[in-house]
Design a binder for this molecule. Structure first.
Ligand SMILES: Nc1ncnc2c1ncn2[C@@H]1O[C@H](COP(=O)(O)OP(=O)(O)OP(=O)(O)O)[C@@H](O)[C@H]1O
Ligand SMILES: [Mg+2]
Length: 354
């Protein structure tokens, strides 16, 4: 083939591809995952930053910082820069994002990467700008945004461009997003600021009221993951929990049962069920009958609560399909988009420059 202008351009593009590492990021309230083109998921860490109380200097980012959540530790406090699915502290989010991207692509930072970032579908224009700015400051050459439930749908292999409606629920740490997708767009949208975090708070609250013991966020999360449930279990479970007795001011252990944790989780779980029912009610009849045929798909870490699928089935009378790996479905979907940006152009959210 003669060395035409076109082939030179292609060569230049290939060269950039070779020396840049395009990445997809699921920047979640609880966890951030990074996918690098050609390598898959290379980073999966809690969205937590530990800072020195006096100076505000960053001490730890990710897993190490999460271990400090809810504990005072030599003047260091651990914070989550995102809350309820939105950025609460822009500077910290940017620092966290930069650290994660550098950890993910290490030395391969010769040419700035293109980055696909997953954001909540209800994000405002200002919110979009903030994410784009953070990603640019964190080292991106170009930034593309995709709605989290859309990424989840692509991640689980839903035919998002088909005219029939597909319902997916992404239950994360901060938010639950319930959407119906058709023709590469979100046709029905609903969200509640109730997801995994609210379940943890409900457990902390319950232990305080019932047993007079104070537990931290990480303990509550462990209880939720180990014995938490939304529906009666074939075999009910129990576990020993350590906490600080509020009356005596000394550490105490109590044995808690899955039945009582289920009651403690009723409020957040019901909020998710009610939001799902409301979304089904406002779904146009054509799409509603598609959903009756295909069922509802669940993604996001919160979907892993034992028996949540069984309860949703009982309450909606629909088939409930669980993503193969609910925690990675979103970033894997964003990764598929990154691998073929042209084919997926229609599913991207565009951020207007102000
Ligand atoms: N086995 C499990 N059982 C119950 N909950 C779980 C389990 N594993 C993870 N989770 C919960 O899933 C939540 C995190 O899910 P995910 O990583 O999808 O959230 P996120 O994307 O960071 O949050 P958001 O999408 O709201 O910004 C946490 O609340 C975590 O405790
Ligand atoms: Mg999420």
């Amino acid at each position: 083939m003669p060395f035409t202008k076109f082939s030179f351009l292609q060569l230049a593009k290939d060269f950039i591809q070779l020396f840049s590492s395009d990445v997809a990021v699921d920047l979640g309230t609880a966890n951030t995952l990074v996918y690098v083109k050609g390598r898959g998921i290379v980073l999966d860490e809690p969205s937590v930053v530990a800072i020195e109380a006096g100076t505000g200097r960053i001490k730890e980012v990710g897993r190490g910082a999460k271990a400090m959540l809810g504990r005072t530790h030599e003047g260091i406090k651990a914070v989550r820069p995102l809350k309820d699915g939105v950025i609460e502290d822009f500077e910290l989010t940017e620092d966290m994002l930069r650290t994660f991207i550098q950890r993910a692509i290490k030395h391969n930072f010769l040419i700035k990467p293109r980055i696909v970032v997953c954001v909540p579908s209800g994000i405002t224009e200002v919110g979009k700008r903030a994410v784009v700015d953070s990603a640019e400051h964190a080292g991106a050459r170009e930034v593309f945004l995709i709605a989290e439930p859309m990424a989840a749908a692509i991640g689980v292999g839903m035919p998002v461009n088909s005219p029939s409606g597909n319902m997916i629920i992404d239950i994360g740490g901060g938010t639950t997003e319930i959407v119906v997708i058709a023709l590469s767009g979100i046709v029905v949208y609903n969200h509640v600021k109730v997801a995994g975090d609210e379940m943890d708070f409900a457990i902390i609250d319950f232990l305080r009221k019932r047993y007079n013991i104070e537990t931290d966020y990480n303990t509550a999360e462990l209880i939720k993951k180990t014995i938490g449930s939304a529906f009666p279990l074939k075999q009910e479970l129990k576990m020993v929990v350590n906490g600080l007795n509020l009356k005596e001011g000394i550490p105490r252990s109590v044995e808690v049962r899955s039945e009582e944790i289920r009651i403690a989780l009723q409020e957040p779980v019901n909020a998710i069920i009610d939001a799902t029912k409301r979304t089904l009610e406002k779904t146009p009849p054509g799409h509603a009958s598609d959903i009756k045929d295909r069922g509802i798909t669940l993604a996001g870490g919160g979907a892993l609560l034992k028996g949540l699928d069984a309860l949703l089935h009982k309450e909606t009378d629909l088939t409930i399909n669980m993503a193969d790996d609910p925690l990675t479905a979103i970033v894997l979907g964003a990764g598929k988009v990154l691998d073929d940006l042209e084919a997926y152009e229609k599913v991207l959210l565009h951020s207007k420059k102000e």
